[in-house]
Write a protein that binds this ligand. Structure first.
Ligand SMILES: *Cc1c(COP(=O)(O)O)cnc(C)c1O
Length: 453
């Protein structure tokens, strides 16, 4: 009975570490200041890409952020105003999940949650500044592609907050299968097309030869880029991978550092799920800086699907960012720009490449990576979700599965360990994937060994 009273004492057993508005970071951290020179982006002729080539589709401020070595970059006041509609975000000690896992007291799990805006993920953190810098450069419309729909949703929301037109090319089969994502984007004022369309020469060409095509992300990117490149008032926006996107996401880790100080705890390992790498890098890179300052010894661990294991089974080499080879070539871990994950994979994180910044740090051994099976992800996502009153995005569940492996490893070895993971989004619009898991319809595929279980 006594112990029950102690457990509910919020002073000694705090779970939520809350920042005030005034504690929200006012500058992003640019890791390029603390890294060796990055290999340049290359154009189609294998020549270093020039800033002018990017200027057809990106505004000057973002091109500058892509290249600069300035360590801290002030967040514009107008961007802070919009970010404050949902930030600072929560950081929580997952005490009920620790209990469900039966962990000893000296193995602690914390998570930093990004599903706190309606679009449901960390992607809003970059959509907002991207909309702002484009508007500032006199651009009135942004185009983009969306597959699963989270990026399109984030950009649509940011567009409505900053009064920019948003035009989304949605992969045809996703358009048919995920109507709720389209309803969401349209509710925030965006125009959503089923790609391929007859609005672009790329789309018209494809429809002529294959009128019933389900579309691909590569086609949708090509259409969005074509519209942006051929209209002076229109630019293109990308939701991950690029340096400026990673920069914007560092607000996650900068907040987390302050919140772990409130918790009077210091992470031993920091985990995030990896698609293009932006939410993981956003949480991990400020801790990389803290390591350089000698204040942290945290291991940084990216978690990816075994069916799309870019960092653990890909090659470190130059590759295109998209199937259609519209982007510059980037030095990164890749499974090949024409890689398509198997149909049995329901867990998101399907991108073939990874952020060049993150890739370089994995290559130099400063950041680690692990690959997890999707059924383990759903199993632990539900266990976490039931314990913590959460519904994780299937992408985020990869970080949960990796956190459980770390916690069990520490418990087995009798070691003390503080684990911090990024919960990149909610799964409210991903219930069909949960249903597939609940019905026992999901299988596991390991790309590295070619085996199914
Ligand atoms: C897009 C997305 C990801 C993967 O993208 P990163 O750039 O690797 O962060 C992960 N989680 C959620 C919820 C997403 O929407």
């Amino acid at each position: 009975m006594k112990e029950e009273t102690a457990m509910s004492n919020t002073d000694t057993h705090k779970s939520r570490f809350v920042l005030e508005e005034k504690d929200m970071p006012t500058a992003w951290y640019n890791i390029q200041a603390d890294m060796p020179e990055m290999p340049p982006y290359l154009d189609g002729n294998n020549e270093p890409a020039r800033a002018e080539q990017l200027a057809a589709i990106f505004p000057p401020a973002l091109i500058e952020q892509e290249m600069t070595k300035q360590r801290y970059i002030d967040i514009p006041g107008a961007v802070i105003d919009v970010l404050r509609t949902y930030r600072p975000g929560p950081l929580t000690r997952a005490r009920m999940f620790e209990k469900a896992l039966g962990l000893p007291d000296n193995v602690r799990i914390y998570y930093k949650y990004e599903g706190i805006n309606a679009s449901g993920s960390h992607k809003a953190n970059s959509a907002i500044p991207q909309a702002y810098y484009n508007k500032q450069a006199g651009i009135s419309k942004l185009t983009t592609e969306t597959g699963a729909g989270q990026w399109g949703s984030a950009l649509s929301m940011a567009g409505s907050q900053l009064d920019m037109d948003i035009e989304v090319f949605m992969v045809g089969c996703s358009y048919d299968q995920k109507p709720y994502r389209r309803y969401f984007m349209e509710s925030y004022g965006a125009t959503v097309h089923r790609s391929p369309t007859n609005l672009t020469s790329v789309g018209r060409g494809i429809l002529e030869s294959d009128p019933d095509t389900p579309g691909t992300l590569g086609i949708a990117i090509s259409e969005a880029v074509e519209i942006a490149a051929s209209n002076p008032d229109t630019n293109y926006a990308l939701g991950s991978v690029l340096n400026h996107v990673i920069l914007h996401q560092t607000i996650i880790g900068l907040e987390a550092i302050k919140q772990m100080e409130l918790a009077e705890d210091e992470p031993d390992v920091i985990i995030g799920c990896c698609g293009g790498g932006s939410n993981f890098a956003g949480l991990a890179f400020p801790y990389y800086k803290r390591r350089l300052e000698g204040k942290s010894k945290a291991r940084l661990l990216g978690a990816e699907p075994k069916s799309c294991p870019t960092l653990t089974a890909g090659e470190y080499r130059y590759d295109y960012g998209d199937e259609a080879k519209m982007t510059p070539q980037m030095m990164m871990y890749t499974l090949g720009h024409d890689f398509v994950p198997p149909g049995i994979h329901a867990g998101g994180l399907r991108y073939h490449g990874d952020s060049p910044l993150l890739s370089a740090l994995v290559h130099s051994g400063e950041i680690e990576a692990t690959a997890v099976y999707q059924t383990d992800c759903f199993k632990y996502a539900l266990m976490f979700g039931r314990a913590e009153a959460m519904l994780p995005a299937p992408e985020s569940s990869h970080a949960i599965a990796a956190a459980v492996a770390e916690a069990r490893d520490a418990a087995e070895k009798g070691e003390e360990r503080t684990i911090l993971f990024g919960l990149s989004g909610h799964g409210f619009l991903d219930l069909p994937a949960y249903n597939a898991y609940n019905q026992g319809e999901l299988q596991d595929y390991d790309f590295a060994t070619g085996t199914t279980r």
